[in-house]
Design a protein around this ligand. Structure first.
Ligand SMILES: [Cu+2]
Length: 302
């Protein structure tokens, strides 16, 4: 090889190396998404301070779409849209909710990352925060989700889809989108129960300690006592020892809550950030003896 050829080979080799390095770095560091804000409720292979936004799970950067404070207020966010095929249900009659999550090109999304053990969580509640249901729809190959659903009483209801969509390029976007459902008939809204730090369900008493504060991630420690008065033997449910959802009175904003994947003695801890003052309704799902029950609390935030 003469010196000129050698120089050329080295230059080309250097360029190829630079391109490969650039490609690799580009893959490791996708450009930040301007819509990303807030924090992501994820457990498992996941570590960051509660309330911290930009982070990665297993090497994949996850973008949190939507609002930093409360989610679920919009049917469309970060290019994704919740598209229900039916929104009207006969009150008290078994029906089926069907919907798709569509991307910015109006294609049904079929790739979702499992978060809290499921690719999509569906929460349904009446506008007065009664009738809470936490469901796990199943997805057909074309991206249509379906789940049996009964809206027990007439009124306007809210459905939230909580999911992490995976784009063609592997980019993940965590979102909570919300849509209204209707159960026609005479609607008599019930007032929110008085604030309390303890609630009972099927003989189980659930209490929590901690005071949510505006704009701060605060730990809430829940304890469940069985009908015999002893600490209930909580079983893992959705990747933690319970699943907590908090909804804001007035606009039904959905709060981001981070579970602590390990127990602290008999207590189960969740980190909650209240986006503003007001009253919130918290729903804790917990599992004992293979049965999931929900305890609900009205929480005032000053
Ligand atoms: Cu769920």
């Amino acid at each position: 090889m003469d010196p000129a050829t050698l120089r050329l080979a080295l230059t080309v080799g250097g360029l190829v190396l630079a391109v490969l390095l650039g490609f690799g770095l580009g893959r490791l560091n996708p450009p930040p998404n301007p819509t990303r804000t807030g924090s992501l409720p994820v457990t498992g292979e996941h570590s960051h301070a509660p309330g911290v936004g930009a982070h990665s799970h297993g090497g994949v950067t996850v973008t949190q779409g939507g609002d930093a404070g409360a989610a679920g207020l919009s049917i469309s966010s970060a290019g994704y849209t919740l598209a229900p095929s039916t929104v009207e249900f006969a009150p008290g009659r078994a029906g089926e909710l069907r919907f798709q999550i569509r991307d910015e090109r109006r294609r049904a999304v079929t790739r979702f990352a499992a978060v809290h053990d499921k690719p999509l969580h569906l929460v349904v509640v009446r506008r007065d925060l009664t009738g809470y249901q936490h469901l796990h729809p199943t997805m057909a190959a074309d991206g249509t989700w379906s789940v049996p659903l009964t809206l027990a009483e007439p009124g306007a209801w809210r459905a939230y889809a909580d999911f992490t969509a995976v784009a063609d390029d592997g980019r993940q976007t965590a979102l909570i989108l919300g849509a209204d459902l209707a159960a026609p008939g005479g609607y008599t809204p019930r007032p929110l129960p008085a604030p309390a730090t303890s609630a009972t369900v099927d003989g189980f008493t659930v209490g929590y300690a901690g005071t949510p504060a505006v704009g701060q991630s605060v730990p809430l420690r829940f304890r469940v006592t069985g009908p015999d008065g002893a600490a209930a033997p909580l079983e893992p449910y959705l990747g933690a020892y319970g699943h907590l959802v908090a909804l804001r009175e007035g606009d039904l904003g959905y709060l981001h809550v981070h579970p602590e994947p390990v127990r602290d003695g008999d207590a189960v801890t969740f980190w909650l950030t209240a986006p503003g003052p007001g009253r919130y309704r918290m729903f804790l799902d917990f599992q004992v003896g293979g049965v999931v029950r929900t305890a609900a609390f009205t929480v005032p935030v000053a």
